[in-house]
Design a protein around this ligand. Structure first.
Ligand SMILES: [Zn+2]
Length: 217
């Protein structure tokens, strides 16, 4: 049993620091409302489709922000269970281990604990979302040419947080009665990345079994 269970370990006092708000009254906010309404109907296949007349980049942008917020919230519920003692490496089951590199400021991958890796990851994603040249919030400002490529990298990395939660913390999620919330969020995410082919199949392999079941259901 780890020390963390007794509150003696490296107990995280982190508050939810990563969050991005989509301003009310903006077109992006309307898109989110539309998406939420379709999601409420329970038809995920339809809910992830590009709404008629909308811009694909903008649709991918608002959904990426939404997934980031959801994952941040879900991970936030288990941070005290995800410590350097419980999770000394960032993993998704015994076969997959991740080392952090962002490709620009960190080129040589760093082997670190899961909480450290996820902190690097969420901070990096937030920096992308807050960058006006990548995620323009002003009307009439266009997305960069390579926007989809950047979005793919963001989503590929966010997927790893889901994968870590499922593989290392599903029991914690169950005791918090958060499993329906996690499953709904992950299923929505998978339908979305599938609709626009945003994550390569090999990246999804740590969760392939559940994905196959979810896509069939
Ligand atoms: Zn963990």
């Amino acid at each position: 049993m780890s020390l963390a269970l007794f509150g003696l370990g490296n107990k995280s006092s982190k508050t939810v620091k990563h969050f991005k708000r989509i301003p009310e009254g903006s077109h992006q906010h309307d898109m989110m409302k539309h998406a939420a309404a379709t999601l409420g109907s329970g038809n995920l296949k339809l809910a992830v489709q590009l709404p008629e007349g909308e811009d694909l980049n903008e649709w991918i942008a608002v959904n990426t922000v939404d997934f980031f917020n959801q994952i941040n919230m879900l991970y936030g519920t288990i941070t005290e269970h995800c410590t350097t003692e419980s999770c000394p490496v960032m993993s998704a089951g015994p076969k997959y281990e991740y080392h952090w590199a962002d490709g620009t400021s960190v080129k040589k991958p760093i082997k670190c604990s899961a909480p450290k890796y996820i902190d690097y990851l969420m901070t990096w994603v937030q920096d992308q979302l807050d960058n006006e040249t990548i995620f323009p919030s002003k009307i009439g400002t266009s997305f960069p040419r390579n926007f989809i490529t950047i979005a793919k990298t963001i989503l590929k990395r966010l997927f790893r947080v889901y994968a870590h939660i499922y593989h290392a913390h599903f029991d914690d999620i169950i005791s918090l009665k958060e499993e329906a919330h996690l499953n709904t969020s992950f299923k929505h995410f998978i339908y979305f990345v599938h609709e626009f082919t945003l994550i390569e199949k090999k990246e999804l392999s740590p969760m392939q079994e559940l994905i196959d079941r979810m896509m069939k259901a």
